[in-house]
Ligand binder design. Structure first.
Ligand code: PGA
Length: 230
C-alpha cells in the first residue's frame, strides 16, 4: 500500500475547503486500490468537509494536523484527541513547524501519540535527523505500540522550498527509522513533493508514501500526485 497525505497547514477557510473538494471531484483523479489518500485539514474545516465528502463519495480519509497534549479538562482552547475521535482517523504530530513556532518537544509529541492511540486515531509522527532518535526513544520508553503509528521523514531544508532532498538519501533515513521501529509501520517522506518527483520517492524500497504541503492546496496539483502514483 502507498500513502499520499496532504497537509494544508494554516490554509483554506471553510468555504475554500469545500471549493477544493468540488475541484477534486471535477478533476476525478485516478484513485487506485493500492494507494490510500489522506488529507489533514484545519480543525475548523473538518466536520463540514467530512459531510460533503460522504455526499460526493470520494476515497479520501480526513486527518487533523495537531492535537492537544492534554486530556479533556480545564485547558481553554485546546482540541483533544477525544474531540477528534468523532471526526478523523489520522493526526499529524510533531511537525517541525510546531517544534519551531510552538516549542513542541519530543515528550509533548509522545503525550499526543499516546492520547491519539487511546482514541483510535493513527498518529503521523514527523521526524527530522536532529531529534529522530530522541523521539523514537521517547515513544519506546512509554511502551507506545509503534505498529499503530505512521512515521514521516521531513528534512527541514526541504519543507516548502521547492528543493526536495534526493530520494536515495531519503530512503537511507527511512531505513534508519525502519530499523529503530523494527519495520513495524509505514514510513513516508515529506518536503517539496510534487507530481514530477513523487514517483522517485515512492519507488524507493523503504518509502511507503509522501506527505505533501504546498502541492496539496491546489486540486490540480494534488490530483497530479495521486495520478503519478497510480
Ligand atoms: P511542502 O510541505 O510539501 O510544502 O514542502 C511538506 C510539509 O511540511 O508537510
Amino acid at each position: 500500500m502507498k500513502y499520499v497525505v496532504g497537509n494544508w497547514k494554516s490554509n483554506q477557510n471553510l468555504t475554500e475547503s469545500l471549493v477544493w473538494l468540488d475541484g477534486i471531484a471535477a478533476i476525478k483523479p485516478k484513485f487506485s486500490s493500492n494507494t490510500t489518500t489522506i488529507l489533514c485539514l484545519p480543525f475548523t474545516d473538518i466536520a463540514p468537509f467530512n459531510h460533503k465528502l460522504s455526499d460526493i463519495n470520494l476515497p479520501i480519509i480526513t486527518g487533523a494536523q495537531n492535537v492537544s497534549h492534554l486530556p479533556p479538562g480545564k485547558h481553554t482552547g485546546e482540541i483533544t484527541a477525544n474531540m477528534l475521535s468523532e471526526l478523523v482517523s489520522f493526526c499529524i504530530v510533531g511537525h517541525s513547524e510546531r517544534r519551531r513556532d510552538f516549542g513542541e518537544t519530543s515528550k509533548m509529541v509522545a503525550d499526543k501519540v499516546q492520547l491519539l492511540l487511546e482514541n483510535a486515531i493513527t498518529p503521523i509522527v514527523c521526524l527530522d535527523l536532529p531529534y529522530l532518535d530522541e523521539q523514537i526513544k521517547e515513544l519506546f520508553s512509554r511502551d507506545v505500540d509503534v505498529s499503530r503509528c505512521f512515521f514521516v521523514y521531513e528534512p527541514v531544508s526541504a519543507i516548502g522550498t521547492g528543493s526536495p532532498i534526493d530520494p536515495v538519501s531519503a530512503n537511507h533515513v527511512a531505513n534508519q527509522i525502519g530499523f529503530l521501529i523494527d519495520n513495524q509501520a509505514p514510513i513516508l517522506y515529506g518536503g517539496s513533493v510534487s507530481s514530477d518527483n513523487v514517483a522517485s520517492f515512492v519507488d524507493q524500497s523503504r518509502i511507503d508514501g509522501v506527505l505533501v504541503g504546498t502541492d496539496s492546496l491546489e486540486p490540480m496539483l494534488f490530483a497530479g500526485i495521486i495520478n503519478s502514483i497510480a
